[in-house]
Ligand binder design. Structure first.
Ligand code: ADP
Ligand code: ZN
Length: 605
């Protein structure tokens, strides 16, 4: 079968996207490929189609057991012969699947890296025809990525023994240095490299200083996403529990998700979210690697993520269906200090630390920038985005800035005169002329900067220190007490009498005011759809999903239903032309859908 015919037959799509065709041709030509494309851009098709059309089994190495099953079920619902083997199966079940694969009844076999490395599995591999190896989430092989998994380093030991089998490594996240690392560690130096734009035009990026985080979050959800599914990221397990409970108490159904929960409970929460039974998940970073829910309307970060890659990856879970979605984040001085501390305490070579420091600085600078967020974000991944995007907070509502030279001079010289060892709390007391015990003990009520900052509030000084830290004028003293020293830039600022402008932090409720009109790039036109018919189709989808025990979007994406409700196909052939309807779905659900459509038309007549 031709690749395009298989795309239509199994997935119901009419055309390949951007690079998909070239990547598929590369693999079918027997060559290795490295694919760097953003989440939601359609990477899976790049190995699924070759595995379907080629003789033999496509082996897909994927790190997350919890998601394998959903992926495989989704494929099976499309009539693709897919299966998985992982530790959730009994050895009997696994053996049965592997036997089936040897007899040629499987086109795609998903496997966790641990399993791939077992002798048993390698023996199995040596007895079958392998169409290709797909290495999903390939950044897991690099310690520069944010999901380093040691087993990934050993994938080569296995694939090396099948030198004639093409390999396809895929990831949605990798800056320059991680990219080089992946190619080297997976021995893909000769692979053809495909990189597509990382832009996610439907995601609106917005950041705000953290004040009373849970109230800011609640206001954001209530005013902008009162009914939408969303993910809230926090740094610790305890916070995940507390924030979920707070939302729940506020009448916003939410569940926590973190590595401290028993595996079955965690899985249960994830499934309930995937199936729209629970609206909001409050998670630590453990949640969502590769999560495949297309209609997440917002991702809120209540704490800073660990890096720009993590930020991009996590916000990337929003709006995979292409419709408008929000990436909303709060940040604070305390967050910056916590991250800096982690960094200072990290072990490793000077080179390692240098890379880490640069990554951290990029993230903090991103928070305070007054430039287009999208431009800054994409620049981090080496991509130039020519004009301001018009779909981020800084574009929609350009932040006011003010001259902060005098304040910066006061704040930095206070650091200097107190001996470069105190944290923001103490420094602010000195600036504001508060003779606390500690201030008196250190005789800081007698230095020149004591009381020179009485004109500003504590919050204002907090903002000054935050901006100085985030912009690299201060550095954390690595003694674990959160004290500041001056960075070379901070020193130069004082010496050379430079000037500086600060962002004016928004105050009170103002900060969550809705900004500008929403843009809906490439969203299917819902207004053309017949609303009653759409509802009827959704009810049908819910019913079928329930019967099959899968999330609704595995049956049909929203976009497919909307298109049906707009086009109102009357024949099976017309229905087959709808986006997202392949042969299997046409066969299974076609008659029912046509009946629903003609019923709704009859009601109108
Ligand atoms: P990724 O793995 O890159 O995050 P997926 O492979 O999950 O993305 O694809 C995202 C969505 O786009 C899926 O719903 C998929 O079916 C859809 N998709 C992929 N390729 C095409 C195509 N050529 N035409 C239409 N939809 C596509
Ligand atoms: Zn912008």
């Amino acid at each position: 079968m031709e690749p395009l015919a298989a795309l239509k037959k199994y997935f119901g799509y009419d055309a390949f996207r951007d690079h998909q065709q070239q990547i598929i041709e590369t693999v079918l030509g027997g060559h290795d490929a490295f694919v760097l494309m953003p989440t939601g851009s359609g990477k899976s098709i790049c190995y699924q189609i070759p595995a379907i059309v080629e003789k033999g089994v496509g082996i897909v190495i994927s790190p997350l057991i919890a998601l394998m099953e959903d992926q495989v079920r989704g494929l099976q619902a499309n009539g693709v012969r897919a299966a998985f083997v992982n530790s959730t199966l009994s050895s009997g079940e696994a053996a049965r699947i592997q036997q089936g694969a040897s007899r040629g009844t499987v086109d795609l076999l998903y496997v966790a890296p641990e399993r791939l490395l077992t002798r048993d599995f390698q023996h199995f591999l040596s007895q079958i025809d392998i169409a290709l190896f797909a290495i999903d989430e390939a950044h897991c092989v690099s310690q520069w990525g944010h999901d380093f998994r040691p087993e990934y380093l050993r994938i080569n030991e296995v694939t090396r023994r099948f030198a004639h089998v093409p390999r396809l490594a895929l990831t949605a996240t990798a800056d320059e240095i991680t990219r080089r690392d992946i190619l080297q560690r997976l021995a893909l130096e000769h692979a053809k490299v495909f990189i597509s734009s990382f832009d996610r035009p439907n995601i609106r990026y917005r950041l705000q200083p953290k004040q009373r985080d849970r109230y800011q979050l609640r206001h954001f959800i209530e005013s902008e996403h009162p009914r939408d599914p969303g993910i809230v990221y926090v740094r610790t397990r305890k916070r995940a529990e507390a924030i979920a409970a707070f939302l729940d108490d506020s009448g916003i159904p939410a569940l926590a998700y973190h590595a401290g929960l028993p595996a079955d409970q965690r899985m249960g929460h994830q499934r309930r979210f995937q199936r729209n039974e629970i609206r909001i998940i409050v998670a630590t970073i453990a949640f969502g690697m590769g999560i495949d829910k297309p209609d997440v309307r917002f991702v809120a970060h209540l704490d800073l993520p660990s890096s720009m890659e993590a930020y991009y990856q996590e916000t990337g879970r929003a709006g995979r269906d292409g419709k408008p979605a929000d990436a909303w984040m709060l940040y604070s001085l305390a967050d910056g200090i916590a991250l800096r501390r982690l960094f200072e305490q990290s072990q490793g070579t000077e080179e390692f630390k240098r890379v880490l420091r640069k990554k951290l600085e990029s993230l903090l600078a991103f928070c305070e920038t007054v430039a287009c967020r999208r431009q800054v974000l994409l620049a981090y991944f080496g991509e130039r985005y020519p004009d301001p995007c018009g779909n981020c907070d800084n574009c929609l509502d350009p932040p006011a800035t003010r001259d902060g030279t005098i304040e910066a001079q006061k704040a930095l010289s206070c650091v200097y005169r107190t001996g470069q060892r105190f944290g923001a709390g103490h420094l602010i007391n000195v600036l504001m002329g508060k003779a606390t015990d500690s201030v008196r003990r250190w005789k800081h009520d007698r230095i020149k900067t004591f009381g020179v900052g009485k004109d500003l509030s504590k919050a204002a000084w907090d903002s000054v220190y935050r901006q100085l830290l985030f912009r690299g004028y201060l550095r954390e003293i690595p003694d674990g007490h959160g004290g500041f020293g001056l960075s070379p830039e901070g020193m130069a600022f004082l010496k050379n009498r430079e000037t500086i402008r600060f962002r004016c932090d928004p105050v009170g409720r103002e900060q969550s005011r809705e900004t500008g009109a929403r843009q809906t790039p490439q969203a299917p036109n819902a207004t053309l759809a017949d609303a009653d018919l759409l509802e009827a189709l959704k009810r049908y989808r819910t019913k079928v999903a329930g019967e099959n025990g899968v999330p609704p979007y595995v049956i049909f994406h929203d976009r497919t239903l909307i298109e049906m409700a707009a086009v109102k196909p009357k024949t099976m052939a017309q229905l087959g032309g709808i986006h997202g309807i392949g042969e299997a779905k046409l066969r299974r659900y076609g008659k029912d859908i046509i009946a629903i459509i003609s019923e709704s038309q009859a009601r109108l007549a």
